[in-house]
Design a protein around this ligand. Structure first.
Ligand code: PMP
Length: 506
């Protein structure tokens, strides 16, 4: 018997650890613009979403995740017998090449498209051809990876598969072609932010769905992943901010002479002759881009990350001053999952979203008046009340602040501010002492303000005195958060190069 040969297979880019080692950076400084994935997990992806699946993890899901399949079917207005689930849409690409292309021909539309179609054809012993009208199997990548364009759907004689991995960003789909025999592939990896969970699905006629499922492993999606997908489906993904950010990034890139093709996705393709060279140069900043023949692909992240990319490009291409990195920090407990990025000093670009409107607004005030760039997002177990979420959001912020302060060298160290809000008056005094002390008196306290400051003082290792009085608890709290922000802004100003302590350390 001859031994099986190794095929040309999908090439993953190197890990962040390997890239960091290559350029001598800390792994936390690596910013990946090469994955076309969401910049953060969805708010639904937290331990509580997995509790049920974990309690039953000794079992198989004998209904083959019927509630998830039903949710998907309802979303697309098709029958339950028209949905099959797989470990990412890649599973279907490989499977469909075997079912429809084995020993035959496969074409892609456009011809320059997602590399996986080629590897899948090779696994099926199929030949790639240029003419979709003649191929046994045609993959239409719509919108297309890596160019971001929206191809026309061609007339085909063979099996039509439309890969809609990025269709949520385009707001256009081809589901109406299912009844005439097209197979549509969708994924939870992109707009739903669950690439690591590996869940994708195919929408097809009941007859084709039966063909597909009869050739799959009995249950290729894990119950944990199915739970995450179902939890994510409770809300339609909001792609509008990503789409707006993509257009902003495209405009800013154009000012640097990097003109992207019109994109219908969450990434941009910039035609250029030697993209590898720019990819290498940008890696020095921790920025990971992806080179293709004839162009550079840039995934859209969010404002803070994209601005870092733009600053790094300005520095490299235009000789501007080097970009300053944000501190990145994540806190994941059974109660909360929070992601934070913080830059001090920053430009007052703040976004806080934990689902707790009031305290999100308070922390936003603190960071804005503190002259910071802050992006804090995630979610807590709000069903138990606001306590865990407020505490953990302040702890996460405090930990990030401590990281951003480093050895606290060259900082003024002390700061003080008085801030009124209508009838309320707050007074805050801060010392970046390295010792955690809070002396807080807030009357009336809307509930968690004093505890929020105590959590901040503990984790940021600062001394914090706050006195605030008034009639309206909202006014009193808001004045307090602003006062702490302003006091911090003063303490954070630069004052020579010494550590401001006769002990020599803070
Ligand atoms: N189709 C296209 C066009 C893609 O870009 C990708 C991801 N790179 C996939 C399918 C695979 O996605 P997943 O297997 O994560 O669902």
């Amino acid at each position: 018997m001859s031994s099986p040969k190794v095929l040309e297979a999908y090439q993953w880019p190197p890990s962040s650890e390997a890239l960091a080692a290559q350029v001598g950076l800390d792994v936390r400084s690596i910013l990946r613009f090469d994955g076309n994935v969401a910049p953060t997990p969805p708010a639904s992806a937290r331990p509580a979403a997995l509790a049920r699946a974990l309690a039953d993890v000794n079992e198989y899901d004998r209904g083959r995740y019927e509630s998830l399949r039903q949710a998907v079917a309802t979303r697309h207005g098709v029958g339950l017998d028209q949905i099959s689930l797989g470990a990412g849409s890649d599973e279907f690409i490989v499977l469909l090449a075997r079912i429809f292309g084995e020993g035959g021909t496969v074409a892609t539309v456009p011809a320059f498209s997602y590399s996986m179609y080629r590897y899948a054809a090779s696994m099926a012993g199929a030949t790639m051809i240029d003419d979709p009208a003649r191929a046994d199997l045609v993959f239409v990548c719509r919108p297309n990876n890596p160019t971001g364009e929206m191809p026309e759907i061609p007339d085909v004689a063979g099996q039509l598969v439309i890969d809609e991995a990025y269709a949520d960003y385009a707001g256009v789909d081809a589901l109406e072609l299912v009844d005439s025999g097209a197979i549509i592939l969708r994924t939870f990896s992109k707009a739903y932010g669950l690439a690591g969970a590996r869940v994708g699905y195919a929408v097809a006629t009941p007859e084709l769905t039966a063909v597909i499922t009869s050739r799959q492993a009995p249950l290729s999606v894990s119950s944990l992943s199915a739970s995450l997908a179902l939890a994510a489906m409770r809300e339609e993904p909001d792609v509008s901010s990503q789409v707006a950010e993509r257009d902003r990034l495209a405009e800013e890139l154009a000012t640097l002479g990097l003109v992207a093709l019109r994109s219908y996705t969450n990434f941009l393709f910039i035609p250029m002759d030697n993209p590898h060279e720019l990819v290498e140069r940008m890696l020095v900043y921790g920025v990971v881009l992806r080179a293709y023949p004839g162009g550079l692909r840039v995934s859209v992240r969010d404002e803070l990350d994209d601005d870092f990319l733009l600053d790094a490009l300005r520095c490299e291409l235009r000789g501007a001053s080097p970009p300053s990195q944000s501190v990145r920090h994540r806190r994941a407990t059974a109660e909360t999952l929070l992601n934070v990025r913080l830059r001090v000093p920053g430009e007052g670009r703040v976004y806080v979203n934990t689902g707790l409107g009031f305290y999100d607004h308070m922390l936003q005030q603190l960071a804005f008046h503190g002259g910071m760039d802050l992006r804090l997002e995630g979610v807590g177990d709000l069903e138990t009340g606001e306590h865990h979420t407020v505490e953990d959001m302040m702890r996460t912020f405090g930990e990030a602040l401590d990281m951003a302060l480093g050895d606290r060298r060259g900082l003024t160290r002390y700061g003080e501010a008085r801030v009124p809000m209508d009838e309320a008056l707050a007074h805050a005094v801060v010392d970046l002492s390295g010792r955690a002390t809070a002396n807080i008196s807030i009357t009336p306290d809307p509930g968690m303000a004093a505890h929020a400051f105590e959590s901040l003082a503990q984790t940021a290792r600062i001394t914090l005195h706050v006195t605030a009085n008034g009639e309206n608890d909202h006014h009193v709290a808001e004045a307090s958060f602003k006062a702490v922000g302003r006091a911090l802004a003063q303490a954070l100003t630069r004052d020579g190069s010494l550590v401001r302590s006769t002990k020599g350390s803070l």
